[in-house]
Design a protein around this ligand. Structure first.
Ligand SMILES: NC(=O)c1ccc[n+]([C@@H]2O[C@H](COP(=O)([O-])OP(=O)(O)OC[C@H]3O[C@@H](n4cnc5c(N)ncnc54)[C@H](O)[C@@H]3O)[C@@H](O)[C@H]2O)c1
Length: 248
């Protein structure tokens, strides 16, 4: 099950963290994976690790928030490895970057969160959807956040709005294309272990019902199912994956 031999995938923001974990899992399952990131050295390191493990991967440096860059970046990927079967919209500005109550916030501060977390998802999806529909098959998965599905009193409204917009967009994309063999789903993830300060990690882990932060492999396992041929009846869904932090 979940064999991706012969499939071609793009994972955005996969130069580190969750995206790198997803990319490695797809490569282990047989896919050729394009490793997108803003930072070439990060993407190169992930490509090297996949190749050392016997997989196939290419570097794809572009800013998902810039449609022209996305269009030419994806065209270059497809030229190199062939038409994309799988898109994982993982690039995002995570929640920790700036925390500010809305009443104190500068409206301009919203822009990067919306550019990456919403426009980034839209731009990449727009660049692949027609090809997938014409070929009669495709898998689009967006990595979102519990902040996009529930309200939080944490000062993360721009992030949450961008993430929530991505969730809503995925539902519409799924239903507009449900008869074309293309599925679109969202994984709304909880707190991930970013391997920063061990004291912070231990403190945050206490907030998670199962008692630990998520690892990239936790997210990759669900993505592997969602992008597989076996998941053809799964579309338009938002799946919470968070160690029990948010239950629906
Ligand atoms: N870390 C968490 O606790 C957490 C929680 C909920 C949701 N998420 C979501 O999971 C996803 C991955 O998070 P992470 O913690 O692995 O993030 P991360 O910051 O560790 O890695 C993200 C990668 O994306 C790249 N990137 C950022 N902007 C980009 C752009 N415009 N174009 C291309 N690449 C870009 C970065 O250079 C970085 O390498 C994000 O969408 C994030 O919002 C993370």
């Amino acid at each position: 099950m979940f064999d991706l031999t012969g499939k071609r995938a793009l994972v955005t923001g996969s130069g580190q963290g969750v995206g790198a974990g997803i990319a490695r899992a797809l490569a282990r399952a047989g896919a050729t994976v394009a490793i997108n990131d803003l930072k070439e050295e990060r993407a190169r390191a992930v490509v090297d690790s996949i190749e050392q493990a016997g997989g196939r991967a290419v570097v794809a440096v572009f800013d998902v928030g810039d449609y022209a860059a996305v269009e030419s970046g994806i065209a270059a990927v497809e030229q190199a490895i062939g038409p994309l079967d799988i898109l994982v919209n993982n690039a995002g500005i995570p929640q920790g970057m700036s925390v500010q109550p809305f009443r104190e916030s500068d409206p301009e501060a919203w822009r990067p969160y919306v550019d990456v977390n919403l426009y980034g998802v839209m731009n990449c999806s727009r660049a692949v959807i027609n090809g997938m529909c014409e070929r009669g098959a495709g898998r689009i998965v967006t990595i979102s956040s519990g902040a996009g599905t529930v309200g939080l009193n944490l000062g993360v409204s721009p992030y949450a709005a961008g993430k929530g917009g991505g969730i809503s967009f995925m539902r519409h994309l799924a239903l507009e294309n449900a008869r074309s063999g293309v599925t679109a789903n969202t994984v709304a993830i909880g707190l991930i272990d970013n391997h920063t300060d061990p004291n912070v990690t231990a403190h945050m882990a206490k907030q998670v019902p199962v008692g630990r932060l998520g690892q990239p492999e936790d997210i990759a396992a669900l993505c592997l199912y969602l992008v597989s041929d076996e998941a053809s009846w799964m579309t338009g869904q938002t799946l919470e994956l968070n160690g029990g932090s948010v239950t629906t």
